[in-house]
Design a binder for this molecule. Structure first.
Ligand code: COI
Length: 355
């Protein structure tokens, strides 16, 4: 159990105007959690302090070799007034798996969740309540040793910040257009693709810019070896409904093991769908589309929740998925997951955790 010191701000900021839509990740609450690490000493000085700039040496290793990792989860104001987190244990576990891969120190799961809970409690007035909004929680860790040799850092900072958010995509639940990338690759097996680290996201930017210029919201990545098997969307995992069967790429070491992905698989199985976690090639998707069997495509992620895909562009083909609108399974998943998160539906899997 952490002994967290709390220093409240003397200058609380104005809460966001309830009538203006919240843009994803633009405003931050009054406080943040900070904890330091030193090799040989372990984690120390856990504290909640006013949200403020941090001071680091220009030689801090995070600036040079990218040793950093992050997570994303959300807090919700339930309909009965409780404050709920959605499966924070999954984030704590994944954070430690990322830490191992990136040679960073792990954090005991109970400490990780305690830090999140205490910070959310301090800034609970910032949890928005309008439909489709939540308090996004961004824990992250950075390498702080002032050193230019290539090795793991000996000191780190673990920080949690909070941001009241609306939908990740301006489209909201309306279908997005996705560009299947066949030039650049995001990650390969054996690399860092399954760790939640900035390097994977910077690797995606050039292709994303190209896709944006062409009017597409996101990039769908193919595997780096065969340039054929579907991986993920970068900010989301991806699902296909082909002739009634729910198919998603298996966790192969280069894609992110998403919390929403896991929840969707569980729900679909509970509802009697056949769910296949396996290799799926872009040719198979194209063929399903040509044969009229591509019922639905949707992305899943903490930020995006469920994001229906209306169009997929691959090489010279523009595939419209179904009628280009929100598929029935996508809508049902969105309603159920947000229903559980807001305490409107029975949480049979015990996914929510009260703050
Ligand atoms: C999330 O869904 O929480 C993510 O981390 C995706 C993205 C905003 C980077």
């Amino acid at each position: 159990m952490l002994d967290i010191k709390i220093e409240k701000t003397s200058k609380p900021k104005e809460l966001p105007d309830k009538d203006n839509p919240l843009v994803f990740g633009k405003i931050f609450t009054d406080h943040m959690f900070v904890m330091d690490y030193e090799m040989g000493k372990g984690w120390y000085d856990p504290r909640i302090i006013p949200y403020e700039p941090i001071s680091l040496e220009p030689s801090a290793m995070v600036f040079h070799y990218g040793q950093e990792m992050f997570e994303g989860l959300k807090a919700y104001k339930a309909v009965d007034g409780r404050i709920l987190l959605f499966r924070p244990d999954m984030n704590a576990k994944r954070s430690n798996r990322s830490a191992k891969r990136l040679c960073m120190p792990e954090i005991p799961e109970e400490d990780y969740i305690q830090a999140i809970k205490e910070l959310v409690e301090v800034d609970k007035a910032w949890i928005p309540t309008k439909e489709g909004t939540s308090l996004y929680i961004r824990p992250f860790m950075i390498a702080t040793s002032p050193f230019l040799g290539v090795r793991q850092s000996h000191t780190y900072k673990f920080i949690i910040i909070l941001s009241p958010v609306g939908a990740y995509y301006p489209e909201g639940l309306n279908p997005v257009k996705i560009w299947v990338e066949d030039d650049y690759v995001r990650a390969v097996k054996g690399g860092i693709g399954e760790a939640k680290t900035g390097g994977n996201y910077v690797a995606s930017l050039l292709a994303q810019m190209k896709a944006h210029e062409e009017g597409f919201s996101q990039v769908l990545w193919l595997d780096g070896v065969h340039r054929k098997y579907i991986e993920e969307v970068g900010a989301m995992n991806i699902f296909f409904v082909i002739d009634g069967v729910v198919v998603t790429p298996q966790l192969n070491g280069s894609i992110l093991p998403g919390v929403t992905r896991d929840s969707v698989i569980r729900l679909c199985k509970d509802w009697g769908y056949k769910v296949e976690e396996r290799k799926i090639s872009i040719d198979e998707v194209y063929k399903a589309h040509k044969d009229g069997l591509l019922d639905e495509v949707f992305g899943t992620g903490t930020a995006a929740v469920i994001s229906p895909v209306g169009h997929l562009r691959w090489e010279n083909h523009l595939m419209q998925v179904g009628d280009g609108g929100i598929g029935s399974l996508s809508q049902k998943l969105y309603d159920n997951i947000t229903g559980i998160q807001l305490g409107k539906l029975k949480d049979v899997n015990n996914w929510t955790v009260e703050v």
